[in-house]
Design a protein. Structure first.
Length: 108
């Protein structure tokens, strides 16, 4: 029984780690529906805070949506959430100087 539990745990860990992909600008830009697999790696390995809007676009490509009021924001589509009903969105909020101030992952 313990052996079965150990094997099951290892298989689950392997499966979960396989669901996450390494971030690459090319893959992010070319495969918007699979961005949810890369966003964690992006956040761990990249210090986005303080980047300018142009630097963000250079790395992530053009956002699907630009919001100008009340504060400047970029919105990137990450893919389907949960059972495929909602969209996952990556929202980037900029300060008055155009530098990234905060980010969040939300459901639409």
């Amino acid at each position: 029984m313990k052996k079965l539990l150990l094997i099951s745990s290892l298989l689950l860990l392997l499966f979960l780690s396989a669901c996450q992909n390494k971030f690459s600008s090319d893959a992010w830009i070319d495969h918007p529906g699979k961005r949810y697999r890369m966003v964690e790696d992006l956040l761990v390995k990249s210090d986005l805070k303080g980047m300018t809007q142009d630097e963000i676009i250079s790395s992530l490509g053009e956002p699907e949506q630009r919001i100008t009021s009340p504060v400047p924001q970029f919105v990137y589509y990450l893919g389907r959430a949960g059972l495929g009903v909602d969209d996952l969105l990556f929202k980037l909020q900029f300060d008055a100087n155009g530098k990234l101030e905060s980010h969040e992952i939300t459901h639409d």
